[in-house]
Ligand binder design. Sequence first.
Ligand code: MG
Length: 385
Amino acid sequence: MNCAVLVVGAGRGTRHGGEIPKQYQSIGGTPVFRRSLLTFLEHPQINTVIAVIAAEDAPLFAIASEELNVRTVFGGASRTASVHEGLKALGNEAPDIVLIHDAARPLVSPALISRLIDATTSVCGSAPGLAPADALKRLEGDEIAGDDVKRTGLVQVQTPQGFAFQPLFDAYENLGANAAFADDLAVARASGIECTIIAGEPDNFKITRPGDIERAERVLGANNSPVCITASGFDVHQIIPGDQMMLCGVPIKGDLALKGHSDADAALHALTDALLGTIGAGDIGDHFPPSDPQWKNVDSSVFLKKAKELLEERGGKIIHVDLTIICERPKIKPHREAMRARLGELLGLNLLRVSVKATTTEGLGFTGRGEGLAVMANATVQLPA
Ligand code: MG
């Protein structure tokens, strides 16, 4: 079964306040629109994701959708017209099911999407709904008028709303030019499509009023504990005659040196790559090209500190690092505690969280012949979910 979703964020509403439309404001550092898109992009039953945006918001959307695999369609003058544009973009591929979701509902859960898809395969149209929890009154001006409105049988309807694609597409194609409906369920029902309501979720609220962004942040803070990520790094430098080599930021005096453009500290290079790996930020060569003369003979702690900074910019924290130095000479053991201390100092880590190990390759290979020294590093970090 082929399932597509339109995430509709073409409105420019300012009810919520703020200088930019609510769908581009950020929740815990991530734009509302991006959170909505990610939930669908990561859902195993969704094949295609299309974002419907206002043409004038294209620069904001480019930032919000950076590196995401979504198609973009420009919306129309009303929500109804915007959804129609999105459906037309899907016209050629005619998916079995289309879901339509408000970009401003960033907390939709994967479970709700699955239940909606299930419901839509048995009935033509479905949407999540919640019974109102509060007593309902009618106002005339500021005055309460008449009897209480009975809650029985009333439902507040959310998105995503799901439909068999073709009947909904036909319903939109047959609308008058200026038709404006509150939601897609209304369009579907007006054209006689059978629709049903499934249980909605209180957290799937629409960012509408002042304070809703903070409410969404509270929900996310309560639901999302940080994640631990481990990544590895590896580096090799040639061993040449000399009087000192740098390893883990510690000078080792003797008759050997490491050849390289910087100070050739293979341990700090491997560890820098491991840290960059935890945030998918490329490798040391991307950030410090060896062709750039400013890195000649530089202290490699500069590279490590930069990787730590990049991690911290993403809200990350180093939990543990572990290095294995592979060489026949020099002997590492006499320097191991100094290396751990220096790494702990550079990374702001307790010594218990810093491990340095050494091994040989039993005389085999380039390390065995003493031509080069290799270092493997692992870094474990904590990142916001
Ligand atoms: Mg290197």
